[in-house]
Ligand binder design. Structure first.
Ligand code: B12
Ligand code: SF4
Length: 533
């Protein structure tokens, strides 16, 4: 039954703000949900991820002139990226490290110039996106003076408190999933109990991001409908290498000290019914899609969700979609031989394990809840089940209490993963943790006096960025130099080169040392300090 809308004239335009062409699953799910609740509302999706930069403004104008929306839903995916990847203005990590740590003044200068370029690109993008939101609203108000704007998406969820300062009065700023907010807004109900606030009218509630999202039973997205409101949908169907997003659950129960997913999505894991997930994949499959990314914060968040993963994979297999590939973030401590077997049979050809360190002691200090011995055993099971594809293992050195011993342990651990999967199959992805608001790491940084309350987490000014790009001394300069050496020697295989240099400089521990982590009194004190955060 259709819910009553406040105004029957609602015309909703979903604008995915400029972004690398990752499938815009967020706006697809939102528009699908709204259509299921209010089938008579007109909707359109406009994805700036498929538009060349010089045309952003004019293409947005054209779309608004044509569609004349009463409600603009802007979806903003990413703002801040600290990883060893080529960003839009160059490699942000490399530039930052050249600027902070290079001994050679010319390299330092290059880093400064590169950093300036990245910083300029960052602020240009930020202001450009804010400008697009304001421009879109002004344009829409020419047709309907009461047109409103709502903004949400991954980037907004992280920086919701800061963004309010730069958006027009009346903008609704949303944290996390937006389905129920839109539903309430469209039916004229009070929506302020959702995780949102209205610029100029309300302030974000204290710890709003920690509030639980409203429960929602997800059904298969109706792609026939999506196709009818999104002319550029085919863009993502043409290239074979796109992994199309499919969400199988929401939420993560863990507490990893640097992670904000667990608050954005909430700690309560909500499983989408397996039949609905398969029905959604089937529609994409029938359109020729063969690659899927399960966009869950974690595909198997804890052992108690193993049966759900088994049910889903078994149903995918039974559906006859046997020539697909899929990828996901996998907590590899939650595998069983049966699950491994199904993962291989259903075509998992890439996964990311975010263990962050190969030292059990540090993994525990970061509150990650991983047992590294179990991870190794499960990886052996996966290999035995026939997995012969790529694994990306995320390491972030220097997070909490790193020292030469723990680095040696991480090397030992990584070498063991290489023995299991093959050195060419295990890709060490060296991330430096971008310190994010609302995480335990942020609290820890306050307690340690590294950050002051009221700092701007969106700032990319060198003095703030150095703190947010977590790499504190005494090991900070050492890692800086190791990374610079790796970029010099082998920029195309950065992660493996970092591991090689670290091993040359520090050696490799016995594997057993990496896996066992006796708690000493100093550690107890540190854990107490983190626990207080
Ligand atoms: C899966 C994932 C990936 C996958 C994506 C695979 C794929 N093919 O889709 C991979 C691993 C490739 C990836 C890569 C990156 N990612 Co990522 N990724 C995620 C993750 C875990 C889920 C995103 C997702 O698709 N969720 C499912 C969909 C349905 O949700 P959604 O898009 O967020 O939309 C919902 C809500 O946001 C909301 N919503 C969305 N828009 C709007 C608009 C309005 C008005 C409203 C009300 C609501 C609303 O409602 C939607 C439906 O519920 C998030 C973290 C998280 N837990 O959210 C990070 C996240 C989106 N990624 C992020 C980043 C930074 C990146 C990288 C840039 C990292 C890097 N340095 O390399 C790269 C980008 C690579 C590139 N090529 O540009 C950040 C972005 C924020 C930021 N820091 O700026 C996030 C939020 C993680 C974080 N906290 O830092 N990522
Ligand atoms: S890092 Fe992964 S396991 Fe840890 S809280 Fe975040 S999503 Fe969950």
């Amino acid at each position: 039954m259709e819910l009553q809308t406040k105004s029957l004239e609602n015309r909703i335009l979903y604008v995915r703000l400029p972004c690398n062409p990752i499938f815009p699953i967020g706006v697809v799910y939102l528009s699908d949900h709204v259509h299921k609740m209010f089938p008579s509302i007109s909707q359109r999706i406009f994805d700036l991820g498929t538009v060349p930069p010089l045309d952003y403004a004019s293409a947005l104008d054209r779309c608004i002139d044509e569609f004349k929306p009463t409600l603009l839903v802007f979806s903003w995916r990413d703002i801040q990226i600290y990883a060893p990847v080529g960003g839009r203005g160059g490699n942000p990590l490399q530039n930052a490290f050249e600027f902070y740590y290079a001994k050679n003044p010319l390299v330092k200068l290059r880093g400064a110039l590169g950093g300036l370029r990245v910083t300029t690109a960052y602020y240009t993008e930020l202001w450009r996106n804010l400008g697009l939101i304001k421009r879109g609203l002004r344009r829409a108000q020419k047709y309907y003076p009461n047109s409103r704007v709502v903004v949400g998406g991954g980037a907004v969820s992280v920086f919701y408190e800061q963004l309010g300062k730069s958006l027009p009065t009346g903008t609704i700023i949303s944290v996390g999933e937006g389905e129920t907010l839109l539903e309430k807004l469209l039916s004229g109900r009070d929506f302020r109990d959702e995780r949102c606030y209205v610029v100029g009218e309300t302030q974000p509630r204290d710890r709003m991001i920690h509030e639980q999202p409203t429960p929602l039973e997800k059904t298969a997205c109706n792609y026939k409908y999506i196709n009818s409101i999104w002319t550029e949908f085919n863009y993502y169907l043409q290239e074979e290498d796109f992994y199309i997003g499919v969400q199988t659950k929401r939420g993560c129960p863990h507490n990893c000290c640097y992670c904000v997913y667990t608050v954005v999505e909430g700690k309560q894991v909500r499983i989408n019914p397996a039949d609905e997930v398969v029905a959604e994949m089937r529609q994409l499959y029938d359109k020729g899609i063969r690659k899927f990314w399960f966009t869950d914060a974690q595909f198997i968040p804890a052992r108690r969700f193993i049966d759900d993963a088994i049910e889903l994979l078994q149903k995918i297999l039974d559906s006859g979609m046997t020539d697909i590939n899929w990828a996901a973030y996998i907590r590899a401590d939650n595998l069983t031989p049966q699950l491994c077997d199904l993962m291989v049979k259903t075509g998992m050809n890439y996964f990311e394990i975010g263990i962050t360190s190969g030292s059990q002691e540090l993994v525990r200090k970061m509150r990650m809840g991983y047992n590294l011995r179990t991870v190794l055993q499960n990886c052996r099971d996966l290999k035995a089940a026939g997995f012969n594809d790529l694994v990306s293992v995320n390491y972030s050195f220097n997070v909490i209490d790193e020292r030469p011993d723990t680095i040696r342990q991480t090397i030992a651990y990584h070498r063991e993963l290489e023995r299991i999967f093959g050195a060419d199959k295990v890709e060490p992805a060296i991330f430096f943790i971008g310190l994010q608001p609302h995480t335990h790491l942020e609290e820890y940084a306050f307690k340690q006096g590294i950050l002051k309350q009221g700092y701007d987490p969106m700032s990319l000014m060198p003095w703030t960025a150095k703190k947010l790009l977590w790499n504190p001394e005494p090991l900070g300069s050492f890692f800086g130099e190791v990374c610079l050496q790796a970029w010099r020697q082998n920029p195309n295989d950065f992660g493996r080169e970092v591991m090689k240099i670290l091993e040359q400089k520090l050696g490799c521990a016995e594997l057993e040392a990496a896996l066992s982590a006796p708690i000493d009194s100093k550690e107890k004190q540190l854990e107490k300090l983190i626990a207080q955060c």
